[in-house]
Design a protein around this ligand. Sequence first.
Ligand SMILES: Cc1cc2nc3c(=O)[nH]c(=O)nc-3n(C[C@H](O)[C@H](O)[C@H](O)COP(=O)(O)OP(=O)(O)OC[C@H]3O[C@@H](n4cnc5c(N)ncnc54)[C@H](O)[C@@H]3O)c2cc1C
Length: 396
Amino acid sequence: MNEAGSWEMPTELTMLQETARRFMEKVVLPEEAKVEHDAFTLPEDVLKRIQAEARKIGLWYVQTPAAYGGAGLSLLAQCLVAEEAAKCRMGAYIPACGAFGFDPPNVIFKGTREQIEKYAVPTVEQGEKTFVAISEPSGGSDPARAIQTRAERKGDRYVLNGTKVWISGASQSRWGIVFARTGSDRQRGNITSFIVEKDSPGLTLKRIPVIRSYSPYELSFVDCEVPVENRLGEEGQGFALAETWLVHGRVPYAAATLGIADAALRMAINWARERDLFKGKLADKQAIQWMIADSEIELRAARLLVFQAAWRADLGYDIKVDASICKVYATETAGRIVDRCIQIFGGLGVAQEMPLERWYREMRIKRIGEGPSEVHRMVVARDLLGGQKAPVLQEA
Ligand SMILES: Cc1cc2nc3c(=O)[nH]c(=O)nc-3n(C[C@H](O)[C@H](O)[C@H](O)COP(=O)(O)OP(=O)(O)OC[C@H]3O[C@@H](n4cnc5c(N)ncnc54)[C@H](O)[C@@H]3O)c2cc1C
């Protein structure tokens, strides 16, 4: 609270946000302007150069603990950075075009010292990507029951057999975390996670073309051997170890969608002020004013839900319900705002010379990935009405 009795972001966080914003405008956007509309990476040399610049100012692997080379930001600070980092054409799925690195699944830091040093530390050092493989053809909404990939222990190895689908970043990564069943019952207590190297014999990848150019992959495991020392935690601890990371991850995920909505809205406002139609500016028409006003109202409401969830997490509260609320509201709001902004631009809104049509396609995935809206509503309803334990949800 400030002296006037209203809520205010701490100064050090607004400074961080301003730093991220300036970096995006001065360093990232000019480089992104040189690559094609649907690109999901910058040329290797350019990426390395801007990563080095981001690293110098502390915007490097912001979710990763400082002890392992990251910035170790609070969840609230991560949200401010996520919102700014999304404000580029590829920002819905490649924040800051990769300039701030690609945080590994935070559950790796629950692993052994050797696991962290062998896998996470070089990844952060070299600016690499990683993948997380939970979803399967049998369903991603309720993975604790749906996972059929089996990991059978044979001496000092586990042998993995099964299929994962929709796995983002798999082909561009050296390693990832794979969730597999180590017990016979369809219970969350029988799921174990493993660090798996992409080039392991018995693991093959197939691209799955989807609505976005950054394709996910199908991962097929046929007698794929993983050393016992690559098991994270104990057998059956897969979801228990990952739960806090999965829940907390939804909050910056939601923040990023608001970054895109905010960028789209500012573009639409500028356009409405300039465009002449029916003897006046587009901005003079009440139908357009209401689209703009509704978008700003919903954007502010969504942002406060995101801040509230992050702030409570930083204070140590269980934010499972807060995270579901902000994930549903932010992703649905951002989708609606981008849609309205396209309407304000007319034909230009769906042209590839603007980022809007790309954002429109990518925003559509946000209501499915990281747990579909319906499952998050179920989490909220169960909290209000009582009932079974909330389901495990996952990322996209
Ligand atoms: C582009 C993309 C990238 C992804 N990246 C990854 C990744 O990197 N790693 C990974 O593991 N997964 C990833 N996913 C998978 C994603 O997490 C799943 O798609 C998601 O969890 C939904 O699972 P499903 O597609 O199997 O749908 P299903 O589980 O079959 O659900 C289908 C639909 O049923 C409805 N539904 C489900 N449960 C309920 C309920 N209780 N009440 C009412 N309706 C319900 C929802 O509308 C849901 O969309 C990605 C998906 C996409 C599209």
